[in-house]
Design a protein around this ligand. Structure first.
Ligand code: SF4
Length: 341
């Protein structure tokens, strides 16, 4: 169709340049001096005496319309090409992980589906909208079983609130930060320990590292934070954000195991060395643990860098590695879904 339009436009243009112009029905040829080009009437199909080529402005008008039409099509093609480029941007591009999530504004345990998409950058007004992949919407039904799991998780949460197994942590914490996310989540993120913001709010991953995690979930995984389960190895903030001591992690292990047992995620993603080494009981550095599939009690485990590490090392290389890891997590989730419950 474009080729036809181009050919037609070329024809009109050559006629216009040759001075051929259009006249309405019955009009007499207009001399060039009167502003009618070469003063020659437009060609008409044989046997017709009426207007042969409609269009205000004569041949030049028709030619202009054709030209505008072609330019409009070319512009639309350019726009499509730009949008495609944005959609496939990697974390090493200027925008990094696009923050297209709603952050943690919504924390409903029964997530609603959203079809809204945007290509806005993190800094723009619309940058916090969802950019979810419809095929990655929660697949587990919310039913009686979920309610039962929620009840059991709530009981563990209450126990944790009063826990004083680690004397120092129990004395210095404002409150515990047990978890964030639905009981029927398919992906579980396991981090290290609450920091200051988490200690204040009683929710894991709500500070700067948490905001970056939101971007990773939304931009890299095309999922929503409220559809994944997030927790830490220890539920109380260690003083001055130091690493949890091995005995503290061991004290808290029972609660983490209960969370994994109850939620039964299809995939676990360990964030950072403390989480991966403790959960898997493997001292291998995170840089050597990532890039392959590990297992915890039959559940596939992927290790990646902690968002706090990424904030300190926000290089294209580090971002690319985390991006690759979470893409693998999503691929594994699809694979595990295919196997059923
Ligand atoms: S870190 Fe865990 S085990 Fe230690 S006091 Fe807090 S809740 Fe209890």
């Amino acid at each position: 169709m474009d080729e036809f339009l181009k050919a037609l436009y070329g024809k009109f243009e050559s006629l216009r340049l040759a001075g051929v112009r259009w006249l309405p029905v019955g009009a007499a040829p207009v001399p060039a001096a009167a502003g009618g080009g070469a003063g020659v009437d437009a060609p008409r199909p044989s046997g017709q005496s009426g207007r042969s080529v409609p269009g205000p402005g004569g041949w030049a008008g028709v030619a202009n319309q054709m030209k505008q039409e072609l330019e409009k099509k070319a512009g639309a093609a350019r726009t499509t090409s730009t949008a495609t480029t944005k959609e496939t941007a990697s974390p090493s591009s200027a925008g990094g992980f696009k923050n297209n999530s709603n952050g943690r504004a919504e924390t409903s345990s029964a997530p609603t589906r959203s079809k809204e998409t945007t290509t806005a950058s993190p800094g723009s007004a619309g940058g916090l909208k969802n950019n979810t992949d419809e095929s990655l919407q929660p697949a587990r039904a919310v039913g009686a079983e979920t309610a039962e799991v929620e009840k059991k998780l709530a009981a563990v949460r209450e126990t944790v609130k009063k826990c004083v197994r680690c004397k120092l942590l129990a004395e210095t914490r404002r409150q515990t930060a047990f978890s964030d996310g639905p009981a029927n989540a398919e992906i579980m993120f396991v981090g290290e320990a609450p920091g200051e913001d988490e200690d204040k709010q009683g929710v894991p991953f709500v500070g700067r590292a948490g905001q970056l995690l939101n971007k990773i979930i939304a931009g890299g995984m095309k999922m929503r934070r409220e559809d994944v389960y997030i927790c830490n190895i220890v539920k109380c903030r260690p003083p001055a954000n130091r690493k949890p001591e091995p005995d503290e992690a061991a004290n808290c292990r029972e609660y983490l195991e209960a969370q994994i047992e109850l939620v039964r995620p299809r995939v676990i993603c360990c964030l950072g060395a403390v989480a991966s080494q403790f959960l898997l009981n493997d001292p291998t550095p995170v840089g050597m643990m990532r890039g392959r599939w590990l297992e915890y009690r039959g559940i596939p485990v992927r290790v990646t860098y902690h968002p706090a590490y990424l904030l300190r090392n926000y290089t294209p290389d580090a971002r690319q590695k985390v991006w690759d890891d979470v893409v693998e997590v999503v691929a594994k989730l699809r694979e595990e879904r295919g196997k059923g419950e």
